[in-house]
Design a protein around this ligand. Sequence first.
Ligand SMILES: Nc1nc2c(ncn2[C@@H]2O[C@H](COP(=O)(O)OP(=O)(O)OP(=O)(O)O)[C@@H](O)[C@H]2O)c(=O)[nH]1
Ligand SMILES: [Mg+2]
Length: 222
Amino acid sequence: MKVIAVRQKILKANSQAARENRARFSRERVCVVNILGSPGAGKTALLERIAGSNDLSMAVLEGDPETAMDAERMEKAGAAVIQVVTRGTCHLDANMVQLALPRLDYRNRDFLFVENVGNLLCPASFDLGETMRWVVLSTAEGADKPFKYPAAFKTAKAVVINKIDLLPYLDFSMDQVKDGLAQICPKARVFKVSCKTGEGIDPLMGWLRGFSRNPAKTNSKS
Ligand SMILES: Nc1nc2c(ncn2[C@@H]2O[C@H](COP(=O)(O)OP(=O)(O)OP(=O)(O)O)[C@@H](O)[C@H]2O)c(=O)[nH]1
Ligand SMILES: [Mg+2]
């Protein structure tokens, strides 16, 4: 019983910080995208692709248990970036984001992307005050993941199925994953991409532009 009480207390404290973050992001008119996905799904690769399209301005908050490797990649890709090292904690929380913001040049940019710690369990429980969540799911992980990790998928505004270039070598069932997504998150936009080849990135970028500060640059927002 005590374990449950502690968890509730942690989540309550997180909700308060998340509310503060959300109010701040709304005041500052920055769209914040919290990206969830397993280790190696291609979260950083996707952000590198987005940074490569130079009509959108972005900042990135990287969350990893150790190292600044992803921040180094994003810096190379031209984004303003800060690395949060959680020292083994399996998720980012709203307070970590709050502490990092003063050291990140994210204001007046179209997007602040938060790359959460790689896993589909813990990050799902922690609201960061983001505008929307995405899940990156790579074909190599298997098509059953929406059924197994519904908490990660159910709040997703977009699901990015990455590594479609590997489909000829895998028994990944697109029908099964579509079935899972239809049941768990029927309203999520689904994009099939290869961050390696660039296939499928354009439709994702077109949709993303709808959330920028100047949506005139854009196609659709839903
Ligand atoms: N074949 C193929 N490989 C990819 C693709 N996208 C990413 N990769 C590779 O997959 C590996 C993991 O990619 P990352 O972008 O580091 O994955 P991540 O989700 O950021 O991983 P963590 O930050 O460790 O959780 C790298 O070796 C990438 O080059 C893709 O579309 N196709
Ligand atoms: Mg990464």
